[in-house]
Design a protein around this ligand. Structure first.
Ligand code: 5GP
Ligand code: MN
Length: 326
């Protein structure tokens, strides 16, 4: 934990006129909510804020204020006074432009991933913290900055996303306190939950139907695996963002301790893993395949032409050992 850097980070932010904020590729609710939330906060402090992201934004997050302003060009280092990476557990999560981004100095990382691999010049990393969004809120308080209603919407969305609606083990009294302060600023929890969880399209529901039909259970029902094939995406017309939250269905089985979703997207195979409780560390399994994440939520990607079946077999072997060794 490098909390002592917070003072130094606050000093840099206060002194900067122009700040670039970035997050990880295929940004989820915590990534985008943190990026946009901090953007609002720094703009309200009178700074010029630039946002970079190489991927298009999932329609799920279009409700976030100023979601359309994320640029796909990295500014030149002399255009900004510092860069801040949010929610990135290692430099490669920054995507294709990682080297160009890291030319910006000072480069600050704010993150909560277990096994965070240090990059950049300054870090504030609290492993196991519920979300990057609540760290951004804490930073705003440290800076004495205003958190507008727009900023509050973004940060609340980040927290709800990464805590599974305040269900995961990372949820602490502080998480509820911060969420409460954001609601006190005017955030409507019903509206955010509606946008995040009750916002399916018909093609997304059809994809869910197809994916659930692949359910495999092993180890006396402790391990569940579901798969989304390229064909299913083609047949339903759904896209890769539509699989977000699908992993919660196998995870919801009473007997399940570990669940995996294997998906064939963009010519690669992505794996999402979830576990319950303290005994099954899926981040450790993800790291064996050059991925990462948290003890109870982690992922990795296979980009070397592996088939879905090959990846499924590799993951199956590791996860079965994980549940059987307990
Ligand atoms: P999800 O399954 O929702 O995509 O990701 C769960 C967690 O694992 C997130 O915290 C995410 O940051 C992390 N994660 C997912 N995919 C990867 C990956 O390819 N590499 C790394 N380092 N972390 C990942
Ligand atoms: Mn996060």
């Amino acid at each position: 934990m490098t909390t002592e850097n917070l003072d130094e980070i606050a000093k840099i932010i206060r002194g900067a006129k122009s700040v670039l904020i970035v997050t990880h590729t295929f940004p989820d609710g915590d990534a985008l909510g943190s990026q946009l939330g901090l953007a609002h906060i720094l703009k309200d402090m009178g700074k010029r804020v630039l946002l970079y992201g190489e991927d298009s934004i999932s329609y799920l997050y279009e409700f976030l204020p100023c979601c359309t302003r994320i640029d796909s060009e990295v500014p030149n280092p002399d255009e900004v006074d510092c860069a801040i990476a949010l929610d990135c557990g290692d430099r490669f999560r920054l995507g294709k432009a990682v080297d160009k981004l890291l030319e910006i100095k000072p480069f600050i990382a704010i993150d909560h991933h277990a096994g965070h691999k240090a990059f950049g010049d300054l870090r504030w990393v609290v492993e196991g913290r519920a979300s990057t969004g609540d760290m951004v809120y804490e930073l705003s308080q440290y800076l004495g900055a205003t958190v507008s209603l727009d900023a509050a919407y973004c940060l609340y969305t980040a927290i709800v996303s990464d805590t599974g609606s305040f269900k995961y083990a990372s949820t602490t009294p502080d998480t509820f306190r911060i969420a409460g302060e954001l609601v006190a600023r005017g955030v409507n929890p019903e509206e955010v939950a509606g946008k995040l969880f009750d916002n399916f399209t018909e093609s997304r529901l059809q994809l869910l139907q197809a994916v659930l039909s692949t359910l495999e259970l092993y180890g006396a029902g402790q391990l569940a695996i579901i798969s989304a094939t390229r064909k299913m995406f083609e047949l339903t017309g759904a896209d890769k963002a539509d699989t977000e939250t699908f992993i919660n269905y196998p995870r919801s089985l009473a007997t399940v301790k570990v669940a995996a979703l294997i998906k064939e997207v963009d010519g690669a195979i992505g794996v999402s893993m979830r576990s319950k409780g303290r005994n099954h560390d899926v981040a450790e399994v993800a790291r064996r395949f050059n991925g990462g994440g948290h003890r109870n939520a982690a992922g990795c990607k296979f980009r070397n032409g592996e088939t879905l079946k090959e990846v499924r077999d590799l993951i199956f072997k590791e996860l079965l050992a994980l549940v059987e060794n307990q």
